[in-house]
Design a protein around this ligand. Structure first.
Ligand code: AP5
Length: 216
């Protein structure tokens, strides 16, 4: 049985945090298009050079580039038992393209008020070495600025600056409704209140998966 999941929701709602936890627990890869792009930018690859300006301004990378990246990633052997797609699809075109690549079992739509999202994004810190996600208030590392998992240095993302956060939220509001409707019409959309604690949100996701017969 496969577990092919899509995580939808605004920037900073916690998609990466919940995906990381569920991916470890159920041993399926967490695929974040944002993480893939940041890694390519860091390594200075051709793809990284192409997407850098979009990512740093908080704008969407063109569909043809993102779809190609996801298609390639989903063809890897570790996706055979399933995957969690975080941050993809972000346009209707991407959602339609995804259906041509594979079958999605469930799409989680994480929702939280704007004030919660802004607070989460402004305090987010990420490990430069292993990508673990922290928050200065809600999930602080044991030693400030140092990753608990690998000892790497923590940094603030370029696009977590206040003016870029506003731009990302505006783009999200414009693009999200058709995708949510797309999955709702297919009968595979579930809404999750992500304003609660990380543990409560993750538990809620697991309960939903069990109720749908996707987890045992
Ligand atoms: P991407 O990396 O996907 O960014 P995003 O969607 O803006 O999402 P975030 O990573 O900001 O938020 P998240 O929901 O994962 O929150 P997190 O778990 O970190 O994309 C970046 C860029 O890449 C885009 O702007 C675009 O340029 C490009 N791109 C990517 N995909 C694309 C696509 N498909 N098409 C076109 N372009 C694309 O949590 C946030 C913080 O809150 C953390 O500090 C965390 O510790 C904390 N937190 C999380 N949950 C809780 C909780 N329940 N309670 C308290 N704190 C919490």
């Amino acid at each position: 049985m496969t577990l092919n999941l899509v995580f939808l929701g605004p920037p900073g709602v916690g998609k990466g945090t919940y995906a990381e936890a569920l991916s470890k627990r159920y041993n399926i890869p967490h695929i974040s298009t944002g993480d893939i792009f940041r890694e390519e930018i860091r390594k200075g690859t051709e793809l990284g050079k192409k997407v850098k300006s979009y990512v740093e301004r908080g704008e969407l990378v063109p569909d043809e580039i993102v779809i190609e990246v996801v298609k390639k990633r989903l063809s890897q052997p570790d996706c055979e038992r399933g995957f969690i797609l975080d941050g993809f699809p972000r346009t209707l075109n991407q959602a339609i393209a995804l259906d041509k690549i594979t079958k999605i079992d469930l799409a989680f739509n994480f929702v939280a008020p704007k004030s919660v999202i802004i607070e989460r994004l402004s305090g987010r810190r990420i490990c430069k070495r292993c990508g673990a996600i922290y928050h200065v208030k809600f999930n602080p590392p044991k030693k400030p600025g140092i990753c608990d998992v690998c000892g790497g240095p923590l940094y603030q993302r370029e696009d977590d600056k206040p003016e870029v956060i506003e731009e990302r939220l505006k783009i999200y509001e414009r693009q999200s409704a058709p995708i949510v409707d797309y999955y709702r019409k297919k009968g595979i959309l579930v809404e999750v209140d992500a304003s609660r604690s990380k543990e409560e949100v993750i538990k809620n996701c697991e309960d939903i998966l069990k109720a749908r017969g996707l987890l045992h």
